[in-house]
Design a binder for this molecule. Sequence first.
Ligand SMILES: [Zn+2]
Length: 313
Amino acid sequence: MISKQTLLKTYPLIDTHTHFDAPVFDSDRELLVQQAYECGVRHLLLVGYSHQYFERMYKTEQLLNKLVPLTAKDVDSANLSQIETHTAIGLHPFYIKEHSEDHLKNMAHMIAEQRPIAIGEIGLDTFTESMREPEVFDKQKRFFKAQLDIAVLHKLPVMLHIRKAHAEALAILKAHDYDAHQLGGIAHSFSGGEQEAKAFVRLGFKLGVTGQITNPNAKKLRRAIHAAVETYGIECLVIETDCPDMTPIQCQVSDNNNSWPDKQSHDRNVPANLPWVLLSLSELLNVSPDRLAEQLWHNSCKALQKTWDYSPV
Ligand SMILES: [Zn+2]
């Protein structure tokens, strides 16, 4: 079991995937970012999915980076005094029907003007019946490849969203010029099996682990992460909240009578929940949280082409 002692300690963390610009955070975003800072989060990524929200993301990034932390006077000046927010933009495969060629062109333009930290989230998703229709799936593949082209052109890492289409995504990545060993990249909220996990790592991607890992019943996921680490070490992982989704099991309130007036905001995940992902992984892999946190930091930097300093809290 995760002890209270471990929870009291704070580890420097990078939340590699959030949708913290979502309206569900509008009423208390400043408070939540403060709480995340107190829980060790030092960098946070806003990840794109639809052309219509790119402006909102850049605005949120600017706003968050301007915030003066309430605890500024208590913070060692040698350390970062606030969370740094970064934006990735991309056209998500699940919303493929909404995307147009113009969005793609516009996005390429935006990237040239205002370099994002990454391109994402991009990939393939055949979760629903309609996503499997040949025409729809073809469009997904086309947009996926086009965005990989943009990543290569600008030497940017990609954030992959792959759901129920791992073999097809791997085939595209193997045939494409995009080299994750050089450019970095994350297979966000990884959901495949053992062989697929290893295949993405072999291509140079880090596996993004969410709050799903905190669920003891997520056996397939736990086996896949375990298998990848057995072969490639803890160097192949990064962590993320994917908030407002993927709430760690420890942070879910049992809700049998379904009587909450605002279910969405009640169940939402927040960046401050990220330590639960670290601690669950630490248990699963039998690696101390200190060692794991430091390695995850370096893995995230590698995946994002950054050289952020690791300063233990
Ligand atoms: Zn996401």
